[in-house]
Design a protein around this ligand. Structure first.
Ligand code: F6P
Length: 552
């Protein structure tokens, strides 16, 4: 399949409005946002939206009122509102797997019925939440004891992908709310180094293991779980103790039982919860253990608040829709290939990795809903790191490189902890970076600065000029709390959904991860096989042989 083009307005998405957007792009691409601000004193008010706890300022983007109006028309033409109703209505919009997509039901604090396959999913959702709450209360309260009668001090979540990245990101983000006795650790990599790293210093008698796997067939998770089980039994000595130290989170009761875990110690979820959308479900058990059911409910309520905003706000005022449309604007018209996420909050340091899976596994596709290869660009590369660290590493390229990289800056207005004037410094840097990216610095301004410093300019001055016009969004949380975190994640989830609809993708399958898994299964026995007939390509054959030789 040849790579889709990324020409500006590449008959984007076969939408009628694309031609108008393409013509409009030709005008906007020559304009500088700095000039747009100079001409419009209301630009910030015009291009910002707020719901309690979260402000989105998108005024530093390469847009005009007409841009946003045309993009809203694109959303209407793609029938975002209709698809949104189908999502919340429990329709099986994950057509390649014949599944509904109902992570929104997991945080449906209104408790209004959500029907799929003729059944209201809310009673089972609430039942599992209750079970999680009761279990967590016993562990947190010191009632649930290990095999030697001691309280649990450590929890290890064994899972990968959505069964790891989501709970781990939330656990980090909610650090100020954690239980003082319980520490949670995350084990994902099928690498002895990671297993030993996590187990190092843990006491089997006071450690609880959560085996978190939607399918309960994932090789990495099950291999690690078996290794940990052996480690545990070496100390505990009796299989009867497994029940006190191992619980499972899964949709697959049979596989959990086959592993040796009593289904009574299993927390269920359902096939209509995608792995990368699953920390709202029982996959969030490690979060509940760490911060308690009350805080977890606040997290769900934050997600629900964003769901309501997404369902009720007009497209022009709708945060997820706005973020999605801006992404399409840069991806399909400006030819941007990546999107950077820059939290100015240490506790959000895992958000970029979390969003990488959420976005790239959802919209990294090249076949559309009609099973046809697309002729336009779909999901961008998502990357990022904490902003401050990034400033001293990769921002150089964003400021002065040849690529256009739209950025999301995420800040919390109030910190949980202040050390001296640290938070002011953090905020000053966030503000300075978004301003510098947008305004840049002209040759004349650079010359004036140098002269004011008593320095003569020479030919190196060209290196000190900043073109600016680099777009960014600022997402400001009042404070990083369970509620605002829930809103933030749901904001991105719905952004991804809207983009998937515009690109006519099924954002809820992930067939692209299968081929590698199948090949690994074929190759694994070959690594130790004695006969040397290998039927791969020359490179793979040679590498396998090299590994065999080393093992000898
Ligand atoms: O291989 C990709 C994937 O299927 C992800 O979508 C998922 O989050 C991860 O693996 C883990 O899957 P499971 O929870 O079934 O172990």
């Amino acid at each position: 399949m040849s790579a889709p083009s990324s020409q500006p307005g590449d008959a984007v998405l076969h939408r009628k409005i694309a031609e108008q957007l393409s013509q409009h792009y030709e005008v906007v691409k020559t304009q500088h946002v700095r000039d747009l601000f100079a001409r419009d004193a209301q630009r910030f008010e015009r291009f910002s939206v707020e719901i309690p706890g979260l402000l989105l300022d998108y005024s530093k983007n390469r847009i005009t009122t007409e841009t946003m109006s045309l993009l809203a028309d694109l959303a209407r033409e793609a029938n975002i509102e209709g698809w949104r109703d189908r999502l919340f209505g429990g329709e099986k919009i994950n057509t390649t797997e014949n599944r509904a997509v109902l992570h929104v039901a997991l945080r449906n604090r209104s408790n209004a019925p959500v029907i799929t396959d003729g059944e209201d999913v809310m009673p089972p959702v609430n039942a599992v939440l209750d079970k999680m709450g009761l279990f967590a209360a016993r562990v947190r309260g010191g009632e649930w004891l290990g095999y030697s009668g001691q309280v649990i001090t450590d929890v290890v979540n064994i899972g990968i992908g959505g069964s790891d990245l989501g709970p781990q990101m939330v656990y980090q983000a909610l650090k100020p709310y954690r239980h003082e006795r319980l520490r949670v650790h995350y084990m994902s990599n099928v690498d002895g180094a990671h297993v030993l790293d996590v187990l190092d210093g843990l006491n089997p008698a006071t450690t609880l293991f959560i085996i978190a796997s939607k399918t309960f067939t994932t090789q990495e998770t099950l291999t690690n779980a078996q290794a940990v089980r052996r480690w545990f039994l070496r100390a505990a000595g009796d299989e009867a103790y497994i029940a006190q130290h191992f619980v499972a989170v899964s949709t697959n009761t049979d596989a959990v039982r086959a592993f040796g875990i009593d289904p009574a110690n299993m927390f269920e979820f359902w096939d209509w919860v995608g792995g990368r959308y699953s920390f709202w479900s029982a996959i969030g058990l490690s979060i509940v253990l760490a911060v308690g059911m009350g805080r977890f409910t606040d997290l769900l309520a934050g997600g629900h608040a964003m769901d309501q905003h997404f369902q009720q706000a007009p497209l022009e005022q709708n945060m997820p829709v706005i973020l999605a449309l801006l992404g399409v604007w840069y991806n399909n018209f400006f030819g941007a290939e990546s999107h950077v996420v820059l939290p100015y909050d240490h506790d959000l340091r895992s958000l970029p990795a979390y969003l990488q899976q959420a976005d790239m596994e959802s919209n990294g596709k090249s076949v559309d809903r009609t099973h046809t290869a697309v002729k336009y660009q779909t999901g961008p590369v998502i990357w990022g790191a904490t902003g401050i660290n990034g400033q001293h590493a990769f921002y150089q390229l964003i400021h002065q490189g040849t690529k256009l990289i739209p950025a999301d800056f995420i800040v919390s207005l109030q910190p949980h902890e202040t050390v001296g004037e640290q938070h002011d410094i953090l905020m000053a840097n966030f503000l300075a970076q978004t301003e510098a990216l947008m305004c840049g610095r002209t040759l004349a301004e650079t010359r004036a600065v140098m002269q004011a410093e008593g320095r003569a300019d020479d030919e190196t001055i060209a290196h000190k000029v900043f073109a600016g016009n680099h777009p960014s969004n600022a997402i400001m949380l009042d404070k990083l709390t369970p509620h605002t975190l829930g809103m933030l994640v749901a904001l991105y989830e719905h952004k991804i959904f809207v983009q998937g609809i515009i690109w006519n993708l099924n954002s809820y399958d992930q067939w692209g991860v299968e081929l590698g898994k199948q090949l690994a299964k074929t190759i694994l026995p070959e690594l130790t096989a004695v006969e040397d007939t290998l039927a791969h390509d020359g490179s793979t054959n040679a590498l396998i042989q090299r590994y065999r030789d080393t093992k000898k």
